[in-house]
Design a protein around this ligand. Sequence first.
Ligand SMILES: Nc1ncnc2c1ncn2[C@@H]1O[C@H](COP(=O)(O)OP(=O)(O)OP(=O)(O)O)[C@@H](O)[C@H]1O
Ligand SMILES: [Mg+2]
Length: 220
Amino acid sequence: MITFENVSKFYDNQTALRKISFSVERGEMAFITGPSGSGKTTMLKLIYMAEKADEGRINVNDMELSQLRESDVPVLRKNIGIVFQDFRLLDNINVFENVAIALRIRGVDEREVKSKVFDALKLVSLRHKTDSYPTALSGGEQQRVAIARAIVSEPVIILADEPTGNVDPDTSAGIIRTFKEINARGTTILLATHNRELFKNSGKRVLKLDFGNFAGEEIG
Ligand SMILES: Nc1ncnc2c1ncn2[C@@H]1O[C@H](COP(=O)(O)OP(=O)(O)OP(=O)(O)O)[C@@H](O)[C@H]1O
Ligand SMILES: [Mg+2]
C-alpha cells in the first residue's frame, strides 16, 4: 500500500532522510519511531505529497508519486486521513464542523454527515464537545478532534503523526485501541511516535529511524 525505494529528502544542505526503503502492506498497522529530528514527520509528508522526494521512488495506493501531476494530488489525498502533529483545527468553526469538513467537500448529504460525525466523535469520547470551539478545548481534546476528522470519511490510509503527544497514558491507550479497531476494519495505518509505550506489546511492526537513516525494524 505504501512503498519507499531508496528515498532521500534533503532540506537545503541538511539530509532529513537517507536512502530509505520499506513497505507497509494493505490493511497493516505499523509504527515509525525514532528520536526528535529523525525524519518521522518528513516521511509522512512525502506520503501525502506535502514534500517531494529528492531521490528514490514512492508508491502509495498504486500511485507512483514522482509521476503524479499537481492536479492529481487531491485524488491521492482523498484516500488519506491525516492526523497532523500540530492538529491544524480551524478555530472559527466548532468541533462538529471541523470533523465534518471532508464529508462536506464530498457532498455527503446532511443526515449522513450528522451520523458519521457523531460516530467519529463517540469513538474519541468527545460527543459532548460537539458545539465547542477548538480554542475552548484542552490540548488532548483538540488532538482527539483531529483524530475524529481524519477517520470520519473512512479513508483507505490513515497517517497519524504523534497522535497521543498531548494526552495522559489512559487516554493514549484508548486512542491506540481506537486505531486498532479502525485497522481491524481494513484501514492501513502508519503511526509516527517517539513514545515506545504506544507500540510495546502491540504485535505490530515498528520501523526505526535514526538521524534520517533506516535503523531496522522490530515487532512491538
Ligand atoms: N521545512 C524544513 N526545512 C528545513 N529543515 C527541515 C524542515 N522540516 C524538517 N527539517 C529537518 O529535517 C529533520 C527531520 O525533521 P522531522 O520533522 O521529520 O523529524 P521528526 O522525527 O518528525 O521529529 P519530532 O519527533 O521532533 O517531530 C530535522 O533535522 C529537521 O530540522
Ligand atoms: Mg515530527
